[in-house]
Design a protein around this ligand. Structure first.
Ligand code: HEM
Ligand code: HEM
Length: 184
């Protein structure tokens, strides 16, 4: 489970393509795309939707017993792909200004991505079936116990960061839409 790095390569490729599109727009218009104008706004909205899907889909598949569509390993790869591409788009949306609440939301986004990489590292230490169930594998009992403890500690940190991130993102988008879009 999660062996190979296909999702990381695909995410890198997608980010390069989006980055190239961003570069072209910046070159064409001779300015950094503003967060409140069409291109920058679109990046923010699509990036945010991807982040919302990252936050919800994998957890739903994991928890709803009757939802057996697709392997857990595929859903986690999808989680990681969207969890990288979404934050990258949101970063481009920021127009490289990080004031106030929007800046704090960007910081929380960066923290959750870094935390994701740490989680991915611990996760891959635990032997699993393709459907994500842990198996008694090559690790000694002691090492397995330690990896499980680390993983639950990681969840205890990662999940509240995600919740804080989405609360501040919703306040930001409410405020930004009200002041920068509707009051224009
Ligand atoms: C997690 C998702 C998001 C993050 C991290 C984020 C981050 C940012 C940042 C850093 C800025 C620049 C603030 C500044 O001028 O210093 C900004 C501006 C803006 N964002 Fe977002 N954003 C997100 C999602 C969205 C969404 C979904 C929308 C719209 C539906 C949106 C609408 C705007 C608008 C309109 C501005 C311009 C505000 C202005 O010009 O005063 N953002 N955002
Ligand atoms: C927008 C960015 C992200 C958000 C909002 C997010 C959110 C979450 C949430 C809420 C969970 C808990 C799932 C559950 O147990 O129900 C989770 C688990 C996980 N995430 Fe992310 N994540 C993001 C990005 C990433 C990235 C970039 C990676 C890897 C590079 C990653 C790797 C993981 C791993 C390995 C797990 C543990 C899976 C498990 O224990 O079953 N995440 N993430």
């Amino acid at each position: 489970m999660l062996r190979g790095n296909i999702e990381l390569w695909l995410a890198t490729l997608t980010c390069i393509l989006i980055g190239a599109g961003y570069g072209l727009v910046a070159f064409w218009t001779r300015e950094i795309p503003a967060a409140s104008e069409f291109f920058g706004h679109t990046l923010g909205i699509i990036g945010f939707i991807l982040m919302l899907l990252t936050e919800t889909l994998y957890s739903l598949r994991k928890r709803i017993r009757s939802a057996s569509f697709g392997r857990m390993s595929t859903w986690l790869k999808f989680h990681i792909y969207m969890g990288l591409v979404g934050p990258f788009m949101v970063l481009l949306h920021s127009a490289w200004k990080f004031n106030g609440l929007a800046g704090a939301t960007t910081l929380l986004t960066a923290i959750i991505v870094i935390s994701g990489f740490i989680g991915r590292y611990i996760f891959t230490r635990i032997p699993r079936t393709m459907d994500g169930l842990e198996i008694e594998g090559t690790l000694s009992q002691e090492a397995l116990k330690r990896a499980r403890q680390l993983m639950s500690l990681w969840h205890a940190v990662h999940i509240p960061i995600g919740i804080a991130l989405f609360i501040s993102a919703f306040v930001h988008l409410g405020g930004a839409l009200y002041y920068a879009t509707f009051l224009k």
